[in-house]
Design a protein. Structure first.
Length: 112
């Protein structure tokens, strides 16, 4: 199961960090988050988003929406990849799909 967690720190200008946490359950994710000692702002279960980790060390998280040319259905992915250029290699490997949206955010991927 994958969760997106927003942590916030400090009382001045809000500093937030985003993490995608792969955990076996909600309670495992929450236990990890509480163990960081950082205030948790929000936790979302990523039910309809597939997480693809092409590079475990990067914080480049591309949100990609692809549309099937055969069924017209759209799928959303969060792809951790080194750069836009290497992301293009992954996109090219997705057969019979066209790109609808690509956006980039800085996130950390964690497995607990």
């Amino acid at each position: 199961m994958n969760f997106q967690v927003t942590f916030s720190a400090g009382t001045g200008p809000v500093n937030t960090s985003l993490k995608i946490i792969n955990a076996s359950s909600w309670s495992t994710c929450l236990a990890y988050c509480e163990g960081t000692g950082v205030d948790i702002s929000q936790i979302w279960y990523l039910a309809n988003t597939e997480v693809v980790v092409n590079d475990e060390t990067t914080t480049n998280c591309f949100q990609v929406t692809l549309k099937s040319t055969t069924t017209q259905l759209q799928n959303t992915y969060m792809v951790f990849d080194t750069s836009y250029d290497t992301l293009q290699t992954w996109i090219a490997a997705q057969t019979n799909k066209t790109v609808i949206v690509i956006s980039l955010q800085q996130k950390t991927y964690v497995v607990v």
